[in-house]
Design a protein around this ligand. Sequence first.
Ligand code: PRP
Length: 180
Amino acid sequence: MKAPKEFPCMFTHVQISEMVTRIARSIEKQVPEEEEIVCIGVLKGAWIFHSDLVREIKRPVSIDFVKASSYGNQMISSGVVRIEKDIETDIQGKHVFLVEDIIDTGRTLKFLKARLSEGGAKSVSLVALLDKKVKREVDCDADLVGAVIEDKFVVGYGLDWAERYRTLPDIHFVPEDYAK
Ligand code: PRP
């Protein structure tokens, strides 16, 4: 699938791949060899990033997913986080990496980190491919970030606009005056 010509490219798949590699190397360094890594992808948006990241980590990795919603079909956050699918993995004593496509207000990651921290993990780290730092409304920062971006609505590489554009290989932004 191709992006509409009105959507400028923000990051090519090559640039994204460099971010994924850098984050994977950091995860490998952070966790001692004999200890376990669990990567939990936040559905749906993080599913492509998560699948690329876990394959780039040169160590055994357990995977799981959680589904939380904060947006619905709109461009603005509803401010309410709901759990729609929980993890099934026992995270006791393991190093958990919560993998997000984007951190915006910070509500989703803050909420999920608090929940996971109750599960007895040895550590819980937040990983976000994109960080819209200027939009933060709660005290929550990712430990590993691909790129900090300005306040633009982004689509592609898992990110959607009303469920469209998730399968674009690159990340694009939707111009403010684009209303289709
Ligand atoms: C998006 C994104 C994050 C969350 C970030 O998910 O994937 O999970 O919003 O926003 P926040 O920092 O303001 O909480 P969305 O609810 O759009 O669902 P999706 O991943 O299924 O697209």
